[in-house]
Design a protein around this ligand. Structure first.
Ligand SMILES: [Fe+2]
Ligand SMILES: [Fe+2]
Length: 247
């Protein structure tokens, strides 16, 4: 595991990235968290528990860790929220935010302090930044899956969507769908449901200018086009599976 690096990928949105060369070797794999700097700062993704010291030290280079007010993540898995209680301990004012399903199924029990359940479309005003909560069940996996959209910068905190291998630049402006397709071929991490493409097309309707990607490089450019292309790829995969099933 290499030292966590930090890059500002949009105004006041910092990507904390830790590269693990052993995962998906020889390319390796990154684990990224995003700090949304505001009067009430929010961290999206906690990172795995064992990565906490490195990620917390990186965050402390931007602001004191105990200033964190909100902690969000895409769904309950170790890389998304393994270090949740470590962050809650380090930041006494912080509260976990998640969708209703995630709170009911897991977080009311797992989080050391009660989480705040967000409704579909609910906006949290952070003071300088505004985060909209979007329920995205099974996107790309997990009944509890949800995402956040930062409205002032047009940044979609898109979790595992567009995940790809390698330790590329913090921010790219060229194709990210190709690398995401290759990773899907490798891992098969996405749940292919009749709702997959439709929900991703709905995200395209937000017309994000930045896509904050949890594994791999983030993207600046036409987010709607990238999301539409990704939705088309999932629709094609589902179609192929159904054709195989029905012969
Ligand atoms: Fe995941
Ligand atoms: Fe992940």
């Amino acid at each position: 595991m290499s030292e966590t690096r930090i890059d500002e990928i949009a105004a006041g949105i910092y990507r904390l990235s830790t590269f693990v060369p052993e995962i998906a070797a020889p390319a390796g794999f990154t684990f990224n968290q995003f700090l949304v700097e505001a009067d009430e700062p929010l961290l999206f993704h906690c990172g795995p528990r064992r990565m906490f010291p490195s990620v917390a030290a990186a965050l402390a280079r931007v602001m004191p860790v105990d200033r964190l007010r909100w902690i969000g993540f895409g769904h309950v898995e170790a890389d998304e929220c393994g270090a949740m209680n470590e962050w809650l301990a380090a930041a006494p004012q912080a509260q976990v935010v998640q969708g209703g399903i995630g709170c009911m199924v897991s977080l009311n029990d797992m989080a050391d302090r009660p989480p705040r359940a967000l409704a579909e479309g609910e906006v949290i005003d952070l003071g300088g930044k505004r985060l909209r909560h979007l329920d995205t069940p099974q996107i790309p996996h997990g009944w509890d899956a949800s995402l956040l959209f930062e409205e002032t910068t047009g940044t979609l905190l898109c979790g595992d969507l567009f995940a790809h291998v390698g330790d590329g630049p913090a921010l790219v402006r060229d194709d990210i769908v190709g690398p995401a397709r290759a990773a899907e071929d490798m891992f098969g991490a996405s749940a292919l449901t009749p709702g997959t493409a439709a929900i991703i097309r709905r995200l395209a309707g937000l017309a994000p200018r930045t896509l904050a990607v949890m594994h791999g490089s983030s993207f600046a450019g036409d987010g709607a086009a990238a999301l539409t292309e990704l939705a088309d790829d999932y629709a094609r995969r589902l179609h192929q599976q159904l054709e195989r099933m029905t012969g």
